[in-house]
Design a protein around this ligand. Structure first.
Ligand code: A2P
Length: 265
């Protein structure tokens, strides 16, 4: 668990359900994760699978208060609090633990008053942003009032956005890593494979462990039970300083303050 700037606590590993199909696939993944011991699920309005996440949580028998649930505001909509009410219905809960602006559509400050309203109305216990760069974070902070406690960005040794992490942390904004395995693309890297072999773990476990040791909250995605189990089994080993440095050197972003590589927003 990590304590966020607003005093709440967040589990360090969460199951990401981006690109997990609504229905059976998503329900299975969430159920397997909860059975494996995950207590943190990360979804979003645009993923279209909040219903399935909610159903799996309910069916799991794990008490609601033991599970950390994140969803994200679809910024092509107008009103964050109204959209969150829809999410809460689909998820079958009274409040989410964390509500993020999914990306800074229409400008970084456009949604923030509505996010603060969601917090004040008790619909979300914490609020934050996703895919915000250094300037966009500064713009939100300049608004005053409750600040974001999380910035969720694409992060891995291959996208080691050091500047953005440093600036976020300086403002007490915890960084969450999405696509920590490069959506699977990084798992075949030879340098990574060599480290994984040496420490007797899989490449996925090494990347997740790197994220933890670099101070991130990490959100690996999988729809396969054995991988879901494997991705949480990362607390029984440690990467050495040399291994961490070798992984750091895989960065292709130049430590940039840019938040993502997606051209579509
Ligand atoms: P799948 O969902 O079919 O299991 P990221 O978390 O960076 O988005 O990466 C997710 C991708 O990596 C998915 O394609 C997922 O495949 C794959 N993946 C997740 N965990 C593992 C693992 N432990 N071993 C191999 N591939 C994995």
């Amino acid at each position: 668990m990590r304590k966020l700037a607003d005093g709440t606590e967040i589990p360090l590993i969460g199951l990401g359900v981006w690109q997990v199909g609504d229905g059976r696939e998503c329900e299975d993944a969430v159920r397997w994760a909860l059975e494996a011991g995950y207590r943190h699920i990360d979804t979003a309005q645009v993923y279209g699978n909040e219903d399935s996440v909610g159903r799996a949580i309910k069916d799991s028998g794990v008490p609601r208060e033991d599970i950390y649930i994140t969803t994200k505001f679809n910024p092509s909509r107008r009103d964050p609090a109204a959209e969150l009410e829809g999410s809460l219905k689909r998820l079958g809960v009274d409040a989410v633990d964390l509500y993020l602006v999914h990306w800074p559509a229409g400008g970084p400050t456009r949604a923030w008053a509505g996010m603060q309203q969601s917090l004040e109305r008790g619909l979300a216990r914490s609020i934050g942003v996703s895919n915000f760069n250094v300037d966009e974070i500064a713009a939100v902070l300049a608004l005053g009032g409750p600040a974001p406690v999380v910035n969720q960005i694409q992060f891995s040794p291959f996208e080691y956005r050091r500047t953005l992490q440093d600036v976020s942390e300086r403002h007490n904004i915890a960084v969450e890593a999405y696509s920590p395995l490069g959506t699977g693309r990084h798992l075949g890297d030879r340098a990574l494979a060599a480290i994984a072999e040496r420490v007797g773990r899989t490449p996925a476990q090494v990347l997740i462990r790197w994220s933890l040791q670099r101070g991130l909250i990490v959100l690996p995605k999988s729809v396969h039970q054995e991988r879901i189990v494997q991705n949480l089994d990362v607390f029984g080993f440690e990467l050495s300083d040399d291994d961490l440095a070798a992984l750091d050197a895989l960065d292709r972003t130049g430590g940039t303050g840019i938040a993502h590589e997606h051209p579509w927003w």
